[in-house]
Write a protein that binds this ligand. Structure first.
Ligand SMILES: Nc1ncnc2c1ncn2[C@@H]1O[C@H](COP(=O)(O)OP(=O)(O)OP(=O)(O)O)[C@@H](O)[C@H]1O
Length: 325
């Protein structure tokens, strides 16, 4: 049973189609990144999944229940981190969580949940009005986790967070996923979901333009990566070997430098192995991935030729995290 399934889901506000004929499936146990620029229709989709707003057409199921007809069966099993979370400034963090436990009629231990989201006992005892933005996000997440939900829906959880806060949020998503929770994570910044999501769906002007892993998106757009190897001997001697590796689309030799265009992420290891098997010594290697920003721009601008024109602005890193958790 999928955690979320939508079929032709559509929401119109007068002349404006906020969500247009959305067919989307999120599997159970998956961390799914729901991406799109501001105004793409992400929050409207979430609102329809939670029956905060009714679709103009189409339908959705959440945890196997009809999002409209069986909303009452869904809400106790879903934790929601809303885009804007209002705190009660004078209430402590702990009291917020206790209140959520009472409201949901759950049996959670507030201290355990607060610890899970990284709020210390001292912080939990302080008025939430004194919290930083990052602490407020953690508190909101703690509230979303009350009742041990099967599905966690997070609407722009990284908005307003500094890089440290973003990393902590990603760790939290990862640890909740390890507990078996399905996570549906909306964001307008591809980089924020890259490290944690199994797959992403990209929404633009209400339409789903892609659903894939980030590596899959890179491949599909022909972006790939460039691998530059410095060899001990002349690169021309092994150029043909590199050219014959599956997933290497081009190999250019210049002195001791071999520059290879990689279309398939798995080809990187294959290339190094093939060169070593041919007796070449690799002294250094550098991988430049197509920048996520150019990838996202290409997708949301409907640029079928992909971001290759901007590949010069690639993130120069050989240690980019893989998409999988
Ligand atoms: N209640 C409403 N009445 C009229 N238009 C609306 C309403 N809610 C949303 N919209 C419009 O629908 C479109 C999609 O908005 P939505 O908030 O779903 O986008 P989003 O992808 O969540 O954007 P953001 O990242 O800025 O939150 C926007 O053009 C927005 O102005």
């Amino acid at each position: 049973m999928p955690a979320i399934e939508t079929s032709g889901l559509t929401k119109e506000y007068g002349e404006l189609t906020a969500v247009d004929d959305l067919d989307l499936t999120v599997d159970e146990g998956e961390v799914f990144g729901f991406l799109g620029p501001n105004g793409a229709g992400k929050s409207t989709t979430i609102d329809m999944l939670l029956d905060f707003t009714r679709p103009t057409a189409g339908s959705a199921t959440v945890l196997g229940y009809d999002a409209q007809a069986e909303a009452d069966a869904i809400s106790p099993r879903v934790g929601v981190l809303p885009e804007g979370f209002d705190i009660y400034p004078r209430l402590s963090g702990c009291r917020h969580v206790e209140f959520a436990i009472e409201t949901k009629d759950a049996a959670d231990d507030p201290a355990e949940i607060l610890e899970r989201v990284g709020l210390s006992a001292d912080d939990a005892a302080r008025p939430a009005g004194d919290y930083s933005k990052g602490m407020c996000q953690r508190l909101a997440t703690a509230i979303a986790l009350v009742g041990d939900p099967d599905l966690l829906i997070m609407d722009e959880p990284s908005s307003g967070l500094d890089p440290n806060g973003i990393r902590e949020m990603q760790e939290l998503v990862r640890s909740e996923a390890e507990r078996g929770t399905t996570v549906f994570f909306s964001s307008h910044i591809l980089e924020h979901v890259e490290a944690v999501c199994d797959r992403v769906g990209v929404l633009t002007d209400g339409e789903l333009v892609a659903v894939d892993t980030i590596d899959g998106l890179r491949e599909r757009l022909g972006g790939g990566a460039t691998m530059t190897l410095t060899l001990a001997g002349p690169a021309a001697d092994v150029r043909a070997v590199a050219d014959g590796v599956q997933g290497v689309t081009e190999a250019i030799a210049s002195g001791r430098t071999l520059e290879c265009t990689i279309a398939d992420p798995a080809a990187k290891a294959r290339l190094v192995t093939a060169l070593a098997a041919d007796g070449a010594t690799v002294r250094d290697l550098r991988i430049e991935e197509v920048s996520l920003e150019s990838l996202f721009t290409a997708l949301t601008n409907g640029d079928a030729d992909g971001p290759t024109a901007q590949a010069g602005a690639a993130d120069a890193t050989a240690t980019k995290p893989e998409v999988a958790r």
